[in-house]
Design a protein. Structure first.
Length: 165
């Protein structure tokens, strides 16, 4: 279904003035927001909906075999991707994996380098059903000498709500 935003109101009707400019801008911005939201949320007449959501965290990597995020992938989420970016080099290790802390599901498409600026789209799992809430785990290939490395991680997922009536 193609969606579009009409600017006809700007081209026809009353000339713009200070009194109607705010109303026209509000109408246009509301229409734009509805268009954007329509692409992120599908909702039915009985309360059911699917919504694309995002979780984010900058995680300090522990001087340990693994580090778990504070954020958790919600139970029953349909995970699309868990992309990462190294913001501060992780010492000692040369690479790391990105997994689910509870399932061990691997999200990165290849071992991620520890250098600052290294990235991975986190799409290896494809579409992954997350049955139970779990943290995101960083697993370095060697225990970091210090807890100074940082990874910015995100989790894109669909939240599904069944009909309420």
């Amino acid at each position: 279904m193609a969606r579009s935003l009409s600017l006809i109101a700007w081209l026809t009707g009353d000339a713009l003035s200070q009194t109607n400019l705010a109303a026209k801008l509000t109408t246009l911005l509301s229409a734009w927001a509805a268009l954007v939201d329509a692409d992120l949320v599908s909702q039915g007449n009985n309360g059911q909906r699917a919504q694309l959501k995002l979780l984010e965290e900058e995680l300090t990597i522990a001087a340990a075999a693994t580090t778990d995020s504070v954020i958790q992938i919600p139970a029953n989420a349909i995970v699309l991707a868990v992309p990462v970016r190294v913001t501060v080099v992780i010492p000692t290790a040369t690479s790391f994996l990105v997994t689910g802390a509870g399932t061990g599901q691997v999200f990165n498409t290849a071992a991620v380098a520890v250098a600052a600026g290294s990235t991975n789209p986190g799409t290896f799992a494809g579409i992954f059903f997350n049955a139970t809430a779990q943290a995101i785990r960083i697993v370095p290939n060697a225990i970091p000498a210090t807890a100074t490395g940082k990874v910015r991680l995100s989790c894109f997922y669909w939240a599904i709500v069944p009909p309420t009536s």
